[in-house]
Design a protein around this ligand. Structure first.
Ligand code: AMP
Ligand code: ZN
Length: 112
């Protein structure tokens, strides 16, 4: 399977990684739509929200808590931010590996 985010998680493709643990990797979006634009992904390949089950509930919690921590670290927690999960073509999902967008650092009208 040729998945760019799996490659990033396995360090076979380069990315500016800002956080990593056993379950997750977070890295800067290559085409940022806001001053802060970080993607939080599971290391496990899960194609989209459509592929989540109850088993993944703790993972989703970890992704959101990590996004919050990265918002604090990026100094946007007080000014505000968006967390976005795009699912499927109509939502504009381009990479078929689950990823949570953390967007902030300026007005986000019309973004995501
Ligand atoms: P989505 O439209 O929700 O699928 O978002 C995919 C995001 O991944 C886009 O914001 C892209 O800019 C970003 N992206 C794609 N390839 C890379 C990459 N190699 N490194 C970092 N971000 C990427
Ligand atoms: Zn993948």
């Amino acid at each position: 399977m040729n998945c760019i985010f799996c490659s990033i998680a396995k360090k076979k493709a380069s990315a500016e990684i800002v956080y990593e643990d056993d379950q997750l990797v977070a890295f800067k979006d290559i085409n940022p739509k806001a001053p802060v634009h970080i993607l939080i992904i599971p290391k496990e390949h899960i194609a989209s929200v459509n592929d989540l089950t109850e088993i993944n509930e703790p993972l989703l919690g970890q992704m959101i808590i990590r996004a919050k921590a990265l918002a604090v670290k990026s100094k946007i927690a007080r000014s505000g931010y968006k967390l976005v999960l795009n699912c499927g073509r109509d939502a504009g999902q381009l990479v078929d590996h689950l990823h949570l967008h953390l967007l902030g650092g300026g007005p986000l009208d019309g973004i995501a």
